[in-house]
Design a protein around this ligand. Structure first.
Ligand SMILES: Cc1cc2nc3c(=O)[nH]c(=O)nc-3n(C[C@H](O)[C@H](O)[C@H](O)COP(=O)(O)OP(=O)(O)OC[C@H]3O[C@@H](n4cnc5c(N)ncnc54)[C@H](O)[C@@H]3O)c2cc1C
Length: 205
């Protein structure tokens, strides 16, 4: 099979590597550079946590991913059990309005830092689904189009498990999480600006 993967964030890259490992011919597209400075995956550090409250699906997927991170350390020590997995650094542009909002937040929340200089600026892009769950599914009408997205602020940690998950669904192999991450147009009918956030809600409890 020939796979064209559009987007070289953690979803696209891990899928491309998995397709190649399974013997498929892969073309990876991205405006670049990779890692792209505006990509959600691009960061100086990411948190790997397995605490998903009652959601056993993510906890199980996290266990698979954690094993992968640890094995990966044999080649490059990216994963540190004390807290951070290093990705990449990049400068991003923030606006004056965003800086004012940040100042207002710091003034109200951490008044001791009210006059502290800002030493680094980053713009965060979140690709959220309405329910906070990933969206990894074949398009219902466009044959051969598979969408793998919706990291919803918690996708990076699963990197070592994502490729196989995406490849299984793309290739029509059975996967226990295929139903959870299915095509779900019903989310468009939910009310409110942020209608559900399964992942973050679990940590708030
Ligand atoms: C500030 C922040 C902190 C986070 N912290 C954590 C954390 O601690 N732990 C965790 O597990 N997750 C975390 N996440 C979530 C995680 O980073 C994302 O879920 C994950 O990186 C999403 O990956 P992605 O491949 O879907 O998207 P992206 O990484 O955004 O990749 C998308 C790619 O598509 C490319 N692209 C865009 N348009 C086109 C086009 N037209 N054609 C081709 N390519 C295109 C872009 O250049 C980019 O490379 C965080 C996210 C943010 C924003």
């Amino acid at each position: 099979m020939r796979a064209i993967v559009v987007g070289s964030g953690v979803f696209g890259l891990t899928a491309a590597l998995e397709f190649r490992a399974r013997g498929h011919l892969v073309t990876l597209c991205d405006p670049g550079p990779v890692p792209h400075p505006l990509a959600e995956s691009t960061d100086i550090s990411k948190i790997v946590r397995l605490d998903y409250g009652a959601d056993a699906d993510y906890a199980a997927l996290g266990e698979v991913a954690l094993g992968g991170w640890r094995r990966r350390n044999a080649d490059a020590p990216l994963f540190h059990g004390t807290g951070v997995a290093v990705a990449n650094d990049a400068e991003r542009v923030t606006t004056d309005a965003q800086e004012r909002a940040l100042r207002a937040f710091v003034d109200a929340s951490l008044p001791a830092l009210a006059d502290a200089p800002i030493v680094h600026r980053r713009l965060c892009v979140y690709g959220d689904t309405a329910d906070g769950h990933f969206w990894i599914a074949r398009h219902p009408t466009r044959e051969n189009l598979v969408v793998a997205t919706g990291g919803s602020g918690h996708g990076f940690k699963f990197a070592p498990a994502l490729g196989a998950l995406i490849a299984d669904i793309a290739l029509g192999e059975p996967h226990p999480l295929a139903a959870k991450f299915r095509w779900r147009p019903e989310l468009a009918n939910l009310a409110g600006p942020l209608r559900g956030d399964a992942a973050r809600a679990a940590t708030d409890q």
